[in-house]
Design a protein around this ligand. Structure first.
Ligand code: SF4
Ligand SMILES: [Zn+2]
Ligand SMILES: [Zn+2]
Length: 309
């Protein structure tokens, strides 16, 4: 079988249509589909200042490359890059990202747990019997939001793809947590609050397999390694389960996300009156009296550097 358009060797078969595409047709298909999602859901608008969260993985390099291209075309858009160094020996290495940003004249801001909270993730986990991903995820989300805000960005772009979204929808459904699903979507959040920088997911409609293929064909300097602390076992189980079903019934992941998008406006409406409080300790937005960051830092005996609002 050859490429549907130009009869040369295919590099991928699109899961939901069984169409085969060669390298150049796939690259065009991928870029067009990302651009279409951005336009349709108004993920990026005129005069946006977008802070791009980058870990140096395939998703974030793809995101960075495409948003840079987009910003070059739409002159009113400004982009900057934020990377978080958790302090994981032998794993988090931002050198390739630093080189890429320098070569492409992209402003890069790196923040470390060590500087911002007083210890690296390695150090925290050595001293405290605590689940790695739960503390790491909370600290990273906090830094990305507060630093994007400090840098004057009105949007924070992340590299989440369609597989990530399908997993989150299923996990929240299985756990009966509709409120958590209400914050999902190509633009996250329910209630607007100036302390929250709106999170956007430009790769929302792209399968993980497609992002991987695109990053490989584009030869991005991606380092493929797994975090030694990764312990989100439930997400791993759901990921394997969805991959298995997708193999048997191609198109399942798209169907999950598309039907979710149909009910998302109802979910957002249902939870739109949720109040946002201010943390009694740090003043950051939270649902209770003390935010998750303060609760976790107290547990591990650390303090964070004050942030500018
Ligand atoms: S896998 Fe878990 S511990 Fe490792 S970087 Fe991701 S959130 Fe942090
Ligand atoms: Zn072709
Ligand atoms: Zn707090």
């Amino acid at each position: 079988m050859t490429c549907k358009n130009c009869k040369t060797n295919p590099v991928i078969t699109l899961t939901n249509s069984n169409v085969k595409l060669c390298k150049s047709c796939f690259v065009k298909y991928f870029e067009r589909k990302v651009a279409k999602g951005i336009e349709k859901y108004k993920i990026i608008e005129k005069n946006d200042k977008i802070s791009i969260a980058c870990s140096g993985g395939k998703d974030s390099f793809t995101l960075l490359y495409l948003l840079n291209k987009y910003a070059e075309k739409k002159k009113s858009i400004e982009i900057l890059v934020i990377a978080i160094d958790e302090g994981i020996h032998g794993y988090r290495d931002l050198k390739l990202l630093e080189r890429y940003c320098k070569d492409n004249k992209l402003p890069l801001y790196v923040y470390s747990y060590k500087k911002e909270f007083g210890d690296s993730l390695d150090g925290i986990l050595k001293k405290n019997p605590i689940r790695s991903c739960s503390i790491c995820g909370v600290l990273r989300r906090f830094l990305l939001n507060s630093k994007a805000r400090e840098l004057g960005a009105n949007k924070l772009a992340t590299g989440h793809n369609l597989d990530d979204e399908a997993q989150s929808i299923i996990m929240n459904t299985f756990k009966g947590n509709l409120k958590r699903s209400a914050i999902l979507g190509p633009i996250t959040g329910i209630v607007k609050d100036k302390r929250f920088v709106r999170r956007i997911k430009p790769l929302y409609f792209m399968l993980e397999k497609e992002v991987k293929t695109y990053a490989f064909l584009k030869n991005f300097p991606v380092k493929f390694s797994e975090c030694p602390y990764s312990n989100d076992a439930y997400r791993g189980e759901i990921r394997d389960y969805l991959n298995e079903i997708e193999n048997k019934h191609p198109g399942t992941k798209h169907a999950i996300v598309n039907s979710f998008l149909d009910i998302l406006p109802i979910l957002k409406e249902r939870f739109k009156n949720e109040t946002i409080n201010s943390c009694n300790i740090c003043g950051e937005p939270c649902s209770g009296n003390i935010c998750n960051v303060c609760k976790l830092l107290e547990k591990v005996n650390l303090k964070r550097k004050p942030t500018k609002t």
